[in-house]
Write a protein that binds this ligand. Sequence first.
Ligand code: DGY
Length: 321
Amino acid sequence: MTRPKLLVTRHLPEAVEARAARDYAAALNPYDVPWTRDSLVAAAEGAAGLLCAAGDPLDAGTIQALPATVKIIATFSVGTDHIALDAAKARGIAIANTPDVLSVATAEIAMLLVMMAARRASEAEALIRARAWAGWAPTQLMGVTLEGKRLGILGMGRIGRELAQMARGFGMQIHYRNRSRLTPELEQGAVFHGEDDAFLGAIDILSMHIPGGAATRHWLNAERIGRMRPGSIVVNTGRGSTVDDVALCAALGSGHIRAAGLDVFDGEPKIHPGYLGAPNVSLLPHLGSATIETRDAMGFLALDNLDALLLRGEAVPNRVV
Ligand code: DGY
């Protein structure tokens, strides 16, 4: 049987590429150079499927220009905001993602950023690297204790719930803002908030886990920041577009927001210059799912999605549209 052509847009973990090459006529991207729209469309010639990743330029124009052979795009991510879903739907191209397998790894990065922000870890490390540390001092670089603090989780899906579980181990109280209230089994005593103002006013630390896209753009704006308690902390491991960088930088400068921890950025890899000069921000380069175990699992799940349709003619397990 002829193996279907699969275009793999980015360099993926070795075991994932090996499986792709075993089961498909796979066009790999060993140099990991991001595609332009034209080069991606040209490379997709004759492909039945695409295995793409966050950051690939799959806007409406690219989707419309893809060859008619393309039946499915499986993304190596849970987020799908880099894909024009409506355009894919209009062309009958299935889109599938990789939910669940990255929840623990992403929650770990959120917890890491909560701790880095609360304990001023980036500022402290910079002091040592600048060879400016003069030794232990009673009032040097004091942060805040996590025990007893109210952690507000915006978006209580799998990642938010994993974070809640970790934070309980630190003695934190969990509040959450979600479209709908969870069952008591999933809630595990967390306090549900049905509207933004009460949620933001009730918490000491905000951890953001909402998807990107037009509906959530700049959700954290100057007005909502103003509703937060003075001295609060903001952490974002969801999508950078959900934060108004100008407003957050201003609040970090005034001290209304004590510290922030950011793993995602609006228009990344571009970073708002206000963050680069702010000592009270910890910055990570979109590492949420970046563990060896998780990246393998994401790749295998993306291939499972492709295999269902392209190798067995079955329904796609994690189909988004
Ligand atoms: C995702 O899966 O959406 C991450 O942001 C990329 O790993």
